[in-house]
Ligand binder design. Sequence first.
Ligand code: 3PG
Ligand code: MG
Length: 401
Amino acid sequence: MTGATATAKRGIDDIQVGGRRVLVRVDFNVPMDGERIVDDRRIQAAVPTIQALRDRGGRVVVVTHFGRPKGKEVESLRVAPLAARLGELLGIEVPVAADSGGEASRALADSLCHGDVCMLENIRFDPDEEANGERLVGRLALLADLFVNDAFGAAHRAHASTEGIAHRLPAVAGRLMQRELEMLGSVLVSPQRPLVAIVGGAKISSKLGVVRSLLSRVDTLWVGGAMACTFYRALGEETGTSLVEPDQVDTAVSLLEEARTNGADLRLPVDMVVVAEPRAGAESEAVAWKAIPPDRMAVDVGPDTVRQIAESCAGAGTVVWNGPLGIYEIDDFAVGTRAVAEALAASGATSIVGGGDLAAALDQLGLADRITHVSTGGGATLEFLEGRTLPGVAALLDRDS
Ligand code: 3PG
Ligand code: MG
């Protein structure tokens, strides 16, 4: 589904919930360190939907995937810690079924009283999930009367619990799903202009679709991160020991070409912070983009670039940003990302940030709250901004149906 119809999906306010069993697909695929949840934003983001369903007397059966167990039970990928965190946030007990859609799930779902919440075991333990198999779809359909999809982060997957089930039960969007579609959709359809995009990250290969799509829509597109070096190569410049994708240089050439023919304002960093080795405490200097020494590696955008991007943000109506501008995991090289985030937070622009890495970085920097919308999607956000149809969204009921 593209932005044009993004908000045309029915939501939980359009259905009768009281006393009914509601299957809620969430994306609780969160980063873990052993049993510890490193970043629970995805769990927090689903709470408003679940709470609203409880308040209206729904009996809520939550389902998520977690990691990539590939159709097998994997001990370390059980959902118990996720259910525990959800229970903490809701202030109730959230029991977990012993299976992902079978007998145990049915017994637990049937035992729920109005306002109760339970969770199924990791749905990807069942090979039918990723295969979108009829057997699992049928089992899930027996668990509930209604389906609510709040898993924007998994909406690019046509799986049993994201897509198949939506054809078997009345299916509507949760609040998080609607907010994502509305905010990301606003980038694609009638954005407040000027519309500025910032695309960072290490690899062009993973951002190609989004750069192409955004180039035709935005007023200015900034490229940051190591992928800028592949563009420098495309312009015939040396990039020292910087990360470059040699097999993408031709692609970069064609993107520059495309931008030129269409009069698109594609901007590359004018300076870069370079080091001999990418480690904390390494001696660094900022150099002009044409002057990266042969034995140096670009690890962050330089101060002149930050100033220019900040100016773009200050004058923008909407800014959409995907991917960090440097090796932000190392504090010394997060300077550019942090400075641009601060400029964006301070600007009057509607700010929309997507992608797991950058969202986590902004959280780490304590700036996430000052951004208009931080997307919970990774791959889903990219595919949406590419203008592609997300199967998990397409399958939901249209408002005018
Ligand atoms: C994500 O983390 O991007 C989503 O949860 C999708 O996970 P997947 O890439 O394993 O399908
Ligand atoms: Mg992923």
